[in-house]
Design a protein. Structure first.
Length: 202
């Protein structure tokens, strides 16, 4: 009955297959569920689901999660987070909603200044999945209060986010250029200015 209620809810904006909804019930990130399973459905997605003959009532373990769609840009990730957050408002408790909302708001803010290509979008999708998985893990092992600490990690200074950025070629190039610019203007490399010796330089 709960599955049927969720599937027929006006607040469901993604394709609510039984595996996705059952995994969402258990907040199954880290054990197969991805934020991209909640990407806002387009008409073409709904048509494809109908044509493929997906069983929308089979909740058995044999009906497993399909691979999630890939994020081709930040818009796809934000769409998934928005649809999941809307779902959370009606199917999760207040604290879990706030956690999902923190992720949603951070990604929207971060996307404004980030490269808009598919590589960065996929990296950040992976990062969001890591944080959601951590929330679930801490919830299971230590309880809700401990799990909510993961909300603080939606930050530009998060170590895992920085590590992902460093694997991105254009980010590394930009950082290298900035480093060289700072090096050129370092006092020890400028011996004279206006005919006067700069302090500390032979």
């Amino acid at each position: 009955m709960l599955l049927q209620a969720a599937q027929q809810s006006q607040h469901l904006e993604f394709i609510g297959t039984p595996p996705v909804l059952c995994s969402a019930y258990y907040f199954g990130f880290g054990v197969g569920l991805s934020i991209m399973h909640f990407r806002r459905a387009l008409t073409t997605d709904e048509v494809a689901t109908t044509e493929s003959g997906v069983n929308m009532w089979n909740c058995s373990t044999k009906n497993s999660l399909s691979a999630p769609p890939r994020a081709s840009n930040f818009g796809d990730l934000i769409s998934a987070l928005s649809a999941f957050y809307k779902y959370a408002k009606y199917f999760y408790n207040k604290d879990t909603r706030r956690f999902i909302g923190a992720a949603h708001n951070f990604v929207i803010s971060y996307a404004d200044g980030a490269p808009g290509d598919s590589v960065m979008a996929r990296h950040h999708t992976h990062w969001v999945n890591i944080k959601f998985s951590k929330f679930r893990s801490w919830l299971v092992t230590n309880g809700l209060r401990s799990a909510l600490r993961a909300r603080r990690e939606f930050s530009r200074n998060d170590e895992q986010l920085i590590a992902l950025k460093e694997t991105y070629p254009s980010w590394k190039t930009t950082a290298s250029v900035q480093s060289r610019v700072h090096g050129v203007t370092h006092p020890e490399e400028v011996k004279h200015h206006g005919g006067r010796r700069v302090k500390g330089v032979e």
